[in-house]
Write a protein that binds this ligand. Structure first.
Ligand code: F6P
Length: 383
């Protein structure tokens, strides 16, 4: 591995699903490298695919001007390519065929004289990056995902913007639910973690929050909603994480993609919950699936700041001679951990998280058998 003092040229890539803040990190990485250290930067297109296919281009400070607030990634991304298991076609029976193309990646690295690569991505990207690290390339990771589920860091960039988007949607559903005395169910992303559902649910004052970490009972939700319809305001907002599941059932899978390192795509639980409520309560319900809207668009100020910190810190980590690290934030302090800390793992919401306790205390239901805060002294409640 090239010693920090000899680093002249680095690459940067964005892997996995896109996320608000990728461009802000690319900008911070590029500007810090060029302006502070005089290092050249090249952008690798479409994640690891650009390394496999030798698609790289020089990045100047001019190339990254004006991208701080822009969603998406100017480099393109790819959530399929893992150099160790690259999809190369299919066999006569239609089954996908894979090959190890790490050598091709290392040829691209050599051809462009890259002394290190900054990889911006999630758990799959960190895992893929570790294969290049094993071949002697220094790799520094920057944790990205709207799901906020990476192990080793208390926050990932993009999450707060996704929460703001989901909260705005839930606020809008509130007024239409109220007007029509309906139950509005809103399905949000998050994979197997409930961070987006929990935080947007609390931020919007949603009545029921369903997340993978707390399996739900439709009967418990129905009892709670019947209470609100009869004694309460006569409508309800339910936010459900795509990975939530009934205590007696499974997650709802939208589709399988055998060519992807993460082949399961969740989706559809919102409709199941809405139908379950309608069948149990004398109330109309509607479902909204927010989907990729949560990943797009301009980022909020907090993410611009976080992404800039992370990008700057990635270069600092590299230039202080660290190898195979992922930059993180822990108790508000920026640091770095072993790249493999986050690889192929997920950080879930603890069922006793303080925000869950706070939400329960103000009467929010999590659809489990634990009662939401009882209100014997509340004059608004007829007991
Ligand atoms: O990990 C980010 C995420 O948006 C998840 O919340 C979601 O399950 C998944 O990606 C969707 O992936 P795709 O873009 O392949 O549909």
């Amino acid at each position: 591995m090239t010693p920090a003092s000899a680093i002249k040229r680095i690459g940067v890539l964005t892997g996995g699903g896109d996320c608000p803040g990728l461009n802000a990190v690319i900008r911070a990485v590029t500007k810090t490298a060029i302006l502070k250290y005089g290092i050249e930067v090249v952008g690798i297109e479409d994640g690891f695919l650009g390394l496999v296919e030798n698609r790289v281009r020089r990045l100047t400070t001019r190339d990254v001007a004006g991208i701080l607030t822009r969603g998406g990634t100017i480099l393109g991304s790819n959530n399929r390519c893992n150099p160790e298991r690259h999809h190369v076609g299919q066999d006569p029976e239609g089954r996908p065929l894979f090959a190890d193309v790490t050598d091709r990646c290392m040829q691209t690295v050599a051809k462009h004289h890259l002394d290190a690569v900054i990889v911006i991505g999630g758990d799959g990207t960190m895992s893929a990056a570790s294969t290049l690290l094993k071949r002697g390339l220094n790799v520094i990771g920057v944790p990205k995902t709207i799901d906020n589920d990476l192990v080793g860091t208390e926050i990932t960039f993009g999450f707060l913007t996704a929460v703001a988007t989901a909260t705005d949607a839930l606020d809008r559903l509130h007024s239409t639910a109220d007007s029509h005395h309906r139950v509005m169910v809103c399905e949000v992303m998050g994979r197997n973690a409930g961070w987006i559902a929990l935080t947007s649910g609390v931020a919007s004052g949603s009545d029921v929050i369903l997340m993978p970490e707390i399996p739900f009972h439709l009967d418990a939700i129905a009892d709670y909603i019947n209470g609100r319809m009869v004694k309460g305001p006569g409508f309800a907002i339910v936010v459900v994480a795509e990975g939530a599941r009934p205590a007696s059932g499974e997650q709802v899978v939208a589709r399988h993609d055998p060519t992807s390192p993460d082949p399961i795509r969740l989706g559809g639980i919102g409709r199941v919950v809405a139908e379950g409520i309608s069948a149990r309560c004398r109330v109309e319900s509607r479902t909204t699936v927010l989907g990729h809207i949560q990943r797009g668009g301009p980022l909020i100020a907090a993410d611009r700041i976080l992404a800039t910190h992370f990008g700057y810190h990635a270069i600092q980590t590299l230039m202080t001679g660290r190898c195979g690290r992922m930059v993180v934030r822990d108790r508000n302090v920026f640091g770095d951990v072993d790249l493999m800390t986050a690889a192929n793992k997920q950080r879930l919401v603890p069922a006793d998280h303080p925000l869950v306790a706070a939400a329960r205390a103000i009467g929010t239901s999590f659809g489990d058998r634990l009662p939401a805060a009882a209100a014997p002294n509340d004059p608004a409640v007829v007991v």
